[in-house]
Design a protein around this ligand. Sequence first.
Ligand code: LLP
Length: 434
Amino acid sequence: MHHFEAKRGELHCEGVPLRRIAEAAGTPAYVYSHATLSQHYRVFDEAFAGIPHIVCYSMKANSNGSVIRTFTNMGSGVDIVSAGEVCRALAAGAPPSKIVYSGVGKQVFEIEEALRNGILMFNVESREELETIDAVAGRMRKRAPIALRVNPDVDPKTHPYISTGLKKNKFGIHIDQAIRDYEWAARRRNIEVVGVDCHIGSQLTEISPFVDAAARVRLLVEKLLRKGMPIRIVDIGGGLGITYNDELPPHPKQYADAVVSAFSGLSVTLVLEPGRVLVGNAGILLTRVLYTKGAAALKGNGKKHFFIVDAAMNDLARPSLYGSYHAVVPVGRAPGKRTVADVVGPICESGDFLAKDRRLPLYRSGDLLAIMSAGAYGFSMSSNYNSRPRAAEVMVSGTRFEVVREREAAKDLSKGERTASFLAGRGKTRGRIL
Ligand code: LLP
């Protein structure tokens, strides 16, 4: 579900024609629908209404302050993975008591920052990390609330780069070894064991891996409770997939029902860490065709075209990195004639494409296109490669829109950079470098 629709031949975001946004904010620009974000959050949260739960939005999917604020205004917590994310989550109104801290490589300064702010819990991924958290908390005279992230060895059947719940992945502590680490943690004065955590991967389009993982986690929770450990939180991570093309992922209600029934009868609070399902289809990347060219006739018949647009792999890395599909939709009336084409960016790599071998209208220079389902892992994974300023971000609500992050300027590209002193006065320092 989303609020990007064609009305009178023009693609709108809610009540605003995307053409107007392109004129006001320029392209490339990410455009987010506030109505879609809110509706996704509401549907997800209400799906778990029958059980005590905290939705902790996984802000790595989209860390724009206005996006986070949309959710925190509705009662959301945040799943973070760095000290930078702690700061941005707090700035966007997340209560520390609803922040969970995930990730395999938490550093001492990051653990300190999280402890200073009194977060809900650390999802700990190794024995060494547990020892570090214990030591840091000891120095700060605090008790660190922890869950161990267990790896249930379940195949999430998703892209290998975003699958995390298999034994061969770098994530978590193997579920069979977890008891030993829990027993160690329970004896530490500066650690408070509060929960169990698990996240098996992203863009899951089937329910069975979630059910299998939940069943294994439940067995562990029961064992821990029998050993007298006060487990009161079960965090089952994120990972629910969305429709990019023709995928049919489970509805949040189906997903919630499966998860809730897996933990029925236990008095625990569920923590959920959805990212993509909340923001993925709530955002598009708005781009303009710069040039078009027809390549030599392909084998068989027809010519292959290239539409060279002003967005590139630095703006949206997913197609290049994972071969991901994003639908390409015209913003205005499209030419009737169609062709097979790649939509490519200006970057000097053949891997720089947003869409490959698609049957598309024969676009012309100046046409505006919407790269759909770009709200998750779009801007948040963007970079300055080729010294391209990062895109503007715009949020729409009804008939209003606002730039919620300005397009970077040329001066931002060299922010913090200095010319080495031995290069500054040309000639003067020659010979002294070695
Ligand atoms: N919790 C943890 C511990 C995670 O590692 C992730 C995502 C999430 C929650 C949120 O997962 P989601 O609900 O969004 O599936 N860049 C990739 C996705 C990487 C996912 C990383 N972890 C992509 O563009 O597909």
